[in-house]
Design a protein. Structure first.
Length: 263
C-alpha cells in the first residue's frame, strides 16, 4: 500500500440502510447488459471478470457487491434497458442521506449509523475487511476509570503499523468543547498508551470552523499515540478531511478523505 494513501467514496451522499436485494440486482444487471451483448462482452466493458457478472445475474454472491461494480454496471448499461444508477443503488442497499425527517433533525444514533457506514464503505473500497463493534467498545479500563468509544472497527487496514482496531467518537450534535474531549483522549493515552495496545483513536466532527480551530492547535504538538480528528460534511456526509496529530516518529498511515498529517 502506498504511503499516506487517500481513501475515496464512490457514492457521496448515500449510506447503507439495508442489505442488498439480490433478486432485483440480478434483474437490473440483466437489463443493463441487454439482449445483444454476451456476459463476456458486458464484463469486459465493466472491467470485471465474466464470472463476476455471472454470479450476480444468477444470485450466487454470498458477500455484498463492491460499489465499484455497481457503478460500472450503471455506466455501461444499454439505454433501452431503462436501468438508472438510483435504481441500482436502491437494490444495492444504499439510500440518499438526509439529516432531517420532515422538520425534525434525525436522532444522534441515526447520524452515528450514517457515519459508521461511510467509514466502513471507504475502508472496504480498498479491499480490506472490517468488523464493527458497538458493544465491545471499551478501549481503556481500570477499577475506577473507563473509556468507551462510540464504536470500534477491527480491520487489517493499519496492520503493518501495529494497529488492530480503530476507535471512533462521534461529535456531530450539541457537545462540549472539542479540546475538552481531546484532553480526555490525551489523559487516557498518558495513563496507558492506546497505540502500544494496537488502537488508533479518532474524533468525528461536522463543523468546519470547529475542525479548523482544533487542527491549528493540534498541529503545534507531537505525541506518541495515533489520534486524529475527522471532518464529515452534513450536506452529503462525505468524509472531507482527516488530520492526524503529529507523532514523534512521523508515522504516515492511509487516511480518510483529503487527509493530512502534521509534521
Amino acid at each position: 500500500m502506498q504511503q499516506n494513501e487517500t481513501i475515496k467514496n464512490l457514492f457521496p451522499g448515500y449510506y447503507r440502510k439495508h442489505d442488498q436485494d439480490m433478486e432485483t440486482l440480478a434483474d437490473l444487471t440483466k437489463r443493463a447488459k441487454g439482449d445483444e451483448r454476451s456476459i463476456n462482452e458486458f464484463a469486459r466493458v465493466c472491467g470485471v471478470s465474466p464470472s463476476t457478472i455471472s454470479r450476480l445475474i444468477n444470485k450466487k454472491n454470498t458477500t455484498p457487491n463492491k460499489d465499484s461494480l455497481i457503478k460500472a454496471i450503471a455506466d455501461n448499461a444499454v439505454p433501452e434497458g431503462g436501468v438508472t444508477l438510483d435504481m441500482l443503488l436502491q437494490a444495492h442497499g444504499l439510500e440518499k442521506i438526509s439529516v432531517y425527517e420532515g422538520k425534525e433533525r434525525k436522532s444522534e444514533s441515526v447520524l452515528e449509523d450514517i457515519v459508521i457506514d461511510r467509514l466502513l464503505c471507504d475502508i472496504t473500497q480498498l479491499g480490506y475487511k472490517c468488523e464493527i463493534e458497538k458493544e465491545k467498545n471499551i478501549i481503556y479500563t481500570t477499577d475506577e476509570i473507563r473509556f468507551r468509544a462510540d464504536f470500534v472497527i477491527k480491520t487489517e487496514l493499519l496492520k503493518e503499523y501495529g494497529i488492530r482496531e480503530w476507535a471512533f467518537d462521534v461529535y456531530v450534535g450539541p457537545h462540549r468543547p472539542v479540546m475538552q474531549k481531546l484532553s480526555w483522549f490525551f489523559g487516557c493515552c498518558y495513563v496507558n498508551s492506546l497505540r502500544d495496545n494496537g488502537t488508533k483513536l479518532s474524533l468525528v466532527l461536522s463543523n468546519r470552523d470547529e475542525f479548523d480551530a482544533a487542527k491549528r492547535r493540534l498541529g503545534t504538538i507531537k505525541i506518541h499515540d495515533i489520534i486524529s480528528i475527522i471532518l464529515i460534511s452534513e450536506e452529503n456526509w462525505e468524509l472531507e478531511e482527516e488530520f492526524v496529530i503529529p507523532t514523534y516518529d512521523k508515522v504516515d498511515m492511509p487516511t480518510l478523505g483529503g487527509a493530512t498529517y502534521g509534521r
